[in-house]
Design a protein around this ligand. Structure first.
Ligand SMILES: CC(C)(COP(=O)(O)OP(=O)(O)OC[C@H]1O[C@@H](n2cnc3c(N)ncnc32)[C@H](O)[C@@H]1OP(=O)(O)O)[C@@H](O)C(=O)NCCC(=O)NCCS
Length: 167
């Protein structure tokens, strides 16, 4: 299957919302992306679409977040949301979006990624519980579902604090 992964274009915006609506069966995630796009946390190069021919069938977004303790703040990325339209799920497209996104984020100089997601899915990409890095979530979550990944080895060694998501 020939899938191309590329950053979003201006004219992909409504399709990206539609893909999210279809994947999640609700509009919350598509609306979240629309809101994030207006914020300084948004990184155009890390809003990636998966294309099959001319058709967009998947999307992933990484946006800037802060990890903050009483003394220091650290920049990181949140992976959320990601979506593949139902007919194309389970074919490895989500995995390709994650791998490509992590590569791009590394190239752009980011150090780490945080994800709130399924404990069986993200460990495949070397995410581990964020608690192992002294990183906490601002709301109650199951430890195994709140995960972190170092893009550079050791980059989270000196990081501790709570993740601050955009409002
Ligand atoms: C999660 C999602 C993006 C994965 O994309 P995909 O192209 O189906 O993923 P892949 O083909 O690379 O991987 C499929 C694996 O993911 C698992 N999977 C699919 N949806 C999942 C979900 N919501 N949570 C956890 N695991 C899921 C499958 O069981 C499969 O596992 P296996 O490899 O052990 O067999 C896609 O299924 C989707 O859009 N789901 C609905 C939206 C969603 O839940 N997004 C994630 C939260 S932001």
């Amino acid at each position: 299957m020939n899938i191309q992964i590329r950053p979003e274009h201006k004219n992909d915006i409504s399709t990206i919302s539609m893909i999210n609506d279809m994947a999640f069966g609700q509009e919350d995630e598509g609306n979240l992306i629309v809101k994030l796009r207006k914020k300084k946390n948004f990184i155009k190069e890390l809003s990636l679409v998966a294309c099959f021919g001319n058709e967009i069938i998947g999307h992933i977004l990484f946006s800037k977040i802060t990890i903050k303790n009483d003394i220091e703040e650290f920049e990181s990325l949140a992976l959320a949301p990601m979506s593949v339209i139902p007919e194309f799920q389970g074919l490895g497209i989500g995995s390709e979006l994650i791998k490509k996104g992590l590569q791009k984020a590394t190239k752009l100089g980011y150090d780490s990624v945080i994800v709130l997601g399924h404990e069986n899915y993200y460990p495949k990409f070397k995410f581990t519980p964020a608690s192992l890095f002294q990183i906490t979530c601002p709301f109650e979550v199951t430890d195994l579902n709140f995960m972190a990944l170092e893009l550079k080895k050791g980059s989270l060694d000196m990081v501790s604090g709570c993740v601050i998501y955009p409002k």
